[in-house]
Design a protein around this ligand. Structure first.
Ligand code: ATP
Length: 306
């Protein structure tokens, strides 16, 4: 094989229930992942040594050295098979960088799948999933796509049935938010309020709405679905304007996506999402707004050259 290109989806957390900090610094989660059709593409080509390029919006914020999550993925897969990670990785970004949509994790999942095909290593799915979990909490879901409940720190996955297509609009912000900082702010706000933090539990009504493909029923569960939302709003108060603009523009519901700053809005159908995206883009409360359907597929090979 002379090159392989894999397309991979971003995600929105339709529920992100966060427990108290654990002794290891992580938090127990009830994390309902939904893959959405905003895609990065990762192309791998044999090369004398591991190199990375990245193009697209926000590419200047993506590290091109060994810290790049896709490069780390190539390195761990190569080590697993006792070979050198001798590839060039070209990342075409469309998932917002540091946007709470797990773009880096998506690139890591794509690199695992692309390198496995390029090298002909035919790694069993369970071994790929284990390597993915070692790379980061969101990487196992990026490898799976669709929808899933993540427990533990998000890496213990149960696939979830989804009964239809949901129409989302994503308001993309200028600049990112650091996920560890948002978790620290969440802990700080809870400590300051002396909140008793319950163990995180999946919301049965929300899972039923996903199963039924019922956008109105899902919207009814989204208002308080993201425990990181108050922390993201505290660090980036302008996000409250974005959420208000989306609701005023006719969204069924809106929430911060993961650790933010991307805001996600649910629409009733495709025309509703297109109209909402246009109004939000014109609102001046975000850099741009993009419509995208869900659930989207896991990593998909879209080109391979012998
Ligand atoms: P998550 O929702 O998984 O917490 P995020 O979507 O907010 O993460 P990412 O786009 O995954 O954020 O990137 C977070 C940071 O990771 C970036 O600021 C960047 O420094 C680093 N990073 C490493 N590899 C990548 C990559 N391939 N793409 C994007 N960012 C990367």
């Amino acid at each position: 094989m002379s090159s392989v290109t894999v397309r991979v989806s971003g995600k929105v957390n339709v529920q992100l229930a966060v427990g108290p900090p654990r002794p290891d610094g992580f938090h127990d989660l009830a994390n309902v992942f939904l893959a959405v059709a905003l895609h990065d593409r990762v192309t791998v080509t044999p090369a004398p040594r591991l190199t990375v390029s990245c193009a697209g919006p926000g590419a200047e914020q993506v590290p091109l050295d060994g810290d790049n999550l896709a490069a780390r993925a190539a390195t761990v897969l190569a080590a697993h098979h006792g070979r050198a990670p001798d590839v060039r990785l070209d990342i075409a970004k469309d998932i917002p960088v540091a946007g709470g949509m797990a773009g880096g994790s998506a690139d890591a999942a794509a690199a695992l799948v692309a390198c496995d095909a390029l090298w002909g290593t035919a790694t069993p799915a369970a071994e790929l999933a284990e390597l993915a979990a070692g790379l980061g909490s969101d990487v196992p879901f990026a490898l799976l796509g669709g929808a899933a409940l993540g427990e533990g720190r998000g890496e213990r996955l149960t696939p979830l049935p989804v009964g239809g297509t949901f129409h989302w609009v994503f308001a993309l912000a200028d600049g990112g938010l650091s996920t560890p900082e948002v978790y620290r702010e969440c802990d700080r706000l809870r400590a300051a309020a002396a909140d008793d933090v319950p163990a995180p539990r999946p919301d049965g009504a929300l899972l039923a709405a996903l199963r039924a493909g019922d956008a109105a029923a899902l919207a009814a569960r989204l208002d308080a679905a993201n425990d990181l939302q108050p922390a993201a709003l505290s660090l980036r108060p302008a996000l409250a304007d974005t959420l208000a603009a989306g609701r005023a523009a006719g969204a069924l519901a809106g929430l911060v996506s993961g650790s933010g700053p991307t805001c996600a809005f649910l629409a009733a159908d495709a025309p509703g999402a297109a109209a909402l995206a246009a109004r939000l883009s014109a609102s001046g409360t975000c850099r741009t707004a993009r419509a995208a359907t869900a659930p989207a597929a896991g990593p998909t090979t879209i080109e391979s050259h012998a």
